[in-house]
Write a protein that binds this ligand. Structure first.
Ligand code: G3H
Ligand code: 13P
Ligand code: ZN
Length: 312
C-alpha cells in the first residue's frame, strides 16, 4: 500500500468515536517500534516529522524509512509534517513525498494566520496533500519556540468557522489546556482540559476533524526508570488518559504524541545500561528501547485512542 492522506482515516475516526495516533519519528528504531505495534493491532497510523527531526535525520532518510515500514506492515499510514512554520518547509515536504502537512500559524495574527494557511492549502490541495491548521496557542517547547503558560491562549470558538471556511484546511489543531513537553501542569495543579470549548467547536464545525497536540500522558513507569539514573522528572505531569479517551470519543480525530515516545525510548536505553554498564554494542540498548516504544504504542492504540482493528 502507498502512503495515504488522513481524509478517510478521519472520516472513519469521527464516525467511530475514536482517534488516530500521530507519533513523532526521529530514527529507525522509533519508526519500527511504532509500526510493529500498529501492525499487531491492525491500526491506522500517522507518522509525523518535525523540523527538528528533518534536521536531525534528514528528509530522505525519514521518507525512505517510512516507505520501508509500509512494505513491512501494509497499513494505512500518513506521513505528516508537524508544526510547519512557514510556506517553504510545507512546500519542501509536499514536493518531497509527504501526504499531510501542518502549517502552524498560531503565533501570527488571525488575518496573517489565515493568509499563510490558505497559501499552503492552495499549494497542497493541487497536489493531493491535506493540511492541518492551528488556532489558539499551546504552552510548552517545540524546537526553538518556547511558549510560556502565561502566553498560551485557548482557541476562541467564535473564530473557527471563519478560519476553516476562508483557509480550506482539512483539520484544525486547537488549544484546550494541553501543552508540549513532559511538564504540562504545575506541581499540585489539578490537570484539567476545557471540554466546554471542544464541545462548542464541535457544534460550530459538525463532522470536522479536530487535532489535539501536547497529548502525552507521562507514565510513572518511565519517569521512575529515568529518575533512577539521574533524571529530573519529579515534577513531570501529563494528560490523564481518561481525558484523552473522552476527547477521542468527541470530535478529536488526531492525538499527537512525542514526549511519551521520548520517555519510553530513554527508559529502555537507561534500564538496559543500568543493568549492563559494560555494553557498548548500540544494538544491545536500542533493541530494548524499540521494545519500549512498541509496548507504549500498543497501550495507546488499545487504551487511549481506541483505534485497534480500524485499519480494516
Ligand atoms: O510538538 C513538537 C514535537 O514534540 C516535536 O519536537 O521539534 O523537538 O522535534 P521537536
Ligand atoms: P507531547 O509533547 O505532549 O508529546 O506533544 C507532542 C505534539 O504535540 C507534537 O506536535
Ligand atoms: Zn504539537
Amino acid at each position: 500500500m502507498a502512503l495515504v492522506t488522513t481524509k478517510e482515516m478521519f472520516e472513519k475516526a469521527y464516525a467511530g468515536g475514536y482517534a488516530i495516533g500521530a507519533f513523532n519519528v526521529n530514527n529507525m528504531e522509533i519508526i519500527q517500534g511504532i509500526t510493529e505495534a500498529a501492525k499487531e493491532e491492525n491500526a491506522p497510523l500517522i507518522l509525523q516529522v518535525s523540523a527538528g527531526a528533518r534536521k536531525y535525520a534528514k528528509h530522505n532518510y525519514l521518507v525512505k524509512l517510512v516507505e520501508a515500514a509500509l512494505l513491512e506492515t501494509d497499513l494505512p499510514i500518513a506521513l505528516h509534517l508537524d508544526h510547519g512554520d512557514d510556506f517553504e518547509i510545507c512546500k519542501a515536504c509536499i514536493d518531497g513525498g509527504f501526504t499531510s502537512v501542518m502549517i502552524d500559524g498560531s503565533k501570527h495574527s488571525f488575518e496573517d494566520n489565515i493568509a499563510l494557511t490558505k497559501k499552503v492549502v492552495d499549494y497542497a490541495h493541487e497536489r493531493g496533500v491535506v493540511v492541518e491548521g492551528e488556532l489558539g496557542k499551546l504552552a510548552g517547547i517545540e524546537d526553538d519556540v518556547n511558549v510560556s503558560a502565561e502566553d498560551a491562549t485557548y482557541t476562541k470558538p467564535e473564530e473557527v468557522e471563519e478560519f476553516v471556511s476562508r483557509t480550506g484546511v482539512d483539520s484544525l489543531a486547537i488549544a484546550i489546556g494541553t501543552s508540549h513537553g513532559a511538564f504540562k501542569f504545575k506541581p499540585g495543579q489539578k490537570p484539567e482540559l476545557r471540554f466546554d470549548i471542544l464541545e462548542e467547536i464541535e457544534r460550530r464545525l459538525p463532522n470536522f476533524p479536530i487535532v489535539l497536540h501536547g497529548a502525552s500522558s507521562v507514565s510513572k513507569e518511565y519517569v521512575d526508570i529515568i529518575n533512577k539514573s539521574g533524571g529530573k522528572l519529579d515534577d513531570a505531569i501529563g494528560i490523564p488518559e481518561e481525558m484523552l479517551r473522552k476527547a477521542a470519543s468527541m470530535a478529536v480525530c488526531k492525538i499527537n504524541i512525542d514526549s511519551d515516545l521520548r520517555l519510553a525510548f530513554t527508559a529502555g536505553v537507561r534500564e538496559h545500561m543500568i543493568n549492563n554498564v559494560a555494553d557498548f554494542d548500540p544494538r544491545a540498548y536500542l533493541k530494548p528501547a524499540r521494545e519500549y516504544i512498541k509496548d507504549l504504542v500498543k497501550h495507546k492504540i488499545v487504551n487511549v485512542l481506541g483505534c485497534s482493528g480500524a485499519a480494516k
